[in-house]
Design a protein around this ligand. Sequence first.
Ligand SMILES: Cc1cc2nc3c(=O)[nH]c(=O)nc-3n(C[C@H](O)[C@H](O)[C@H](O)COP(=O)(O)OP(=O)(O)OC[C@H]3O[C@@H](n4cnc5c(N)ncnc54)[C@H](O)[C@@H]3O)c2cc1C
Length: 469
Amino acid sequence: MTLMAYSNLVEKDINYLTNIVGSENIFIGEAVSEDYAHDELGEARALPEVVLLPGDTKEISAVMRYAHENSIPVTTRGSGTGLCGGCVAIHGGILLSTARLNSILEIDEDNLMATVEPGVILLDFAEIVEKRGFLYAPDPGEQSATIGGNVATNAGGMRALKYGVTRDHITGMEVVMANGDVVNLGGKVAKNSSGYSLLHLMIGSEGTLGIITKITVKLLPLPRKVLSLLVPYSTLEDAIGTVPKIIRSRLIPQAVEFMERDVILSAEKYLGVQFPHKTSPAYLLLRFDGNSMTELEKTYEVVGNICLSEGAEDVLIADTPERQNGIWDARGAFLEALKAESDMDEVDVVVPRDQIAVFVNYTKELEQRYDTRIRSFGHAGDGNMHVYILRDDQDKAVWQAKMYEIMQLLYAKGKQLGGQVSGEHGIGISKKAYLEADLGEPLLGLHRGIKRALDPKNILNPGKVVDIS
Ligand SMILES: Cc1cc2nc3c(=O)[nH]c(=O)nc-3n(C[C@H](O)[C@H](O)[C@H](O)COP(=O)(O)OP(=O)(O)OC[C@H]3O[C@@H](n4cnc5c(N)ncnc54)[C@H](O)[C@@H]3O)c2cc1C
């Protein structure tokens, strides 16, 4: 834990901040809603002293200048859909919400780029560009997240296999630095070799290095047709073993997800809908996009045959929007379904994709050893698994002690298999100890050096990602 000393806010600070954002955009003390104390999953809970909703970059810059002079911690919050406590103001101070920075500033059809404010909601943006015939490719599961939050966590999502993650779709941004300086990184350019890429340093920095106030993203022509395959298998190994074969065929799907029957049953119960197939122990769910149905039919024939030759029990085609939505909605509800059943915490490791089955089987070994329910699903095409350790009716302290040991073992296993601590959800507070252990020296020192260089007073989202002291 960081040892920096922070000032508590006093009346003079509140007056100063009120002057910057206006009295209708500041919440203090009891007026701060409990919603601001947590994110979607993280155990971390803390109320900020004050919530600010600034309306533009100038106001954010003035807030940061003041916070810097007075050593006040500032935590940025998008929609609060994060899963590791990143947007929780664990040191109090200012919680800076981007909710009012929600304008799409430009859709540039000639350059295939758009510039947005960070509080724009992913779903709104995706729908607006789709209506104009474009695809914003990153599609993390929680569409109520902000684009700013997606950039700050380098969010992944289902389409990452074919199109990459958020990082691959950002070309420029405006950032307010810890001392209030405003800088522009990159721009509306398709390539850039100009100096160190501070742009890429900011992407995934979880509000610890700067506050992102404008973002330029790439747009792609919208594929005209989309088709999904649901492929049941008798073993998870066969399901996962098929993925490298599909990729080697060069018919790259938009998405390849793996799931097991238990999680499907939880989603059915949660949503109150029937999944089209649930008698097999393991499934792959694939989605392909293209410009004509004929093109997609050729693709699914080849891929379907690969699946069957690798042990699939059947290949079910979903070619209408209704059928596809039914299956993908169920997939999208897995996390919520498990959360509705029990307290839980997650591991979001990424391993080489041919090691997924080894990792998932290890979770099953731990499930038995610790007599604790562990469920997993995830992005088979990317080697990124979401593993949930559920409390069920265990005593909280007992479960937490077990969870700590299970997580240590899972991260160690991930590392042994050549993986990384987080594939897409980020580090926040809940994975910080695991990241620090994983990095070791000299990498941890480099991380700390970067943080000290950009935020010497440690006021930007202190206590997240790595500690400096
Ligand atoms: C059901 C569900 C499914 C999900 N599926 C996925 C998925 O498939 N892939 C995936 O990657 N994630 C997924 N997530 C996690 C989450 O939606 C993402 O991490 C998302 O990017 C968070 O965006 P947000 O606006 O909610 O950010 P918040 O949770 O508010 O903040 C996240 C972090 O970003 C920082 N931040 C936010 N805005 C800014 C800014 N403008 N400048 C600087 N820092 C900022 C915060 O300080 C914090 O550290 C899922 C979450 C849920 C609940």
